[in-house]
Design a binder for this molecule. Structure first.
Ligand SMILES: [Zn+2]
Length: 70
């Protein structure tokens, strides 16, 4: 809820100018969610992705090798 910088009147969120004195209201910047690294069980998500990749590789590599070795 922006308040008018000129007269201090409260304005609804969708108002662009103050309904009372027509002063342009400062745009409300939507607060960006903190870009802090997301953690999952104490580890960054990319670590889990890496582990998953390793796991998949570990699982599929023998199959691929067998397939190629044929
Ligand atoms: Zn005003």
């Amino acid at each position: 809820m922006p308040t008018c910088p000129n007269c201090g009147t409260w304005n609804p969120d969708d108002k662009v100018v103050c309904w009372r004195c027509q002063t342009p209201l400062p745009k409300q910047e939507p607060r960006k969610k903190s870009s802090k690294r997301r953690l999952f069980l104490g580890m960054p998500l990319w670590v889990w992705g890496f582990f998953l990749l390793l796991l998949l590789l570990n699982f599929f590599l023998p199959l691929i090798l067998r397939w190629v070795g044929m």
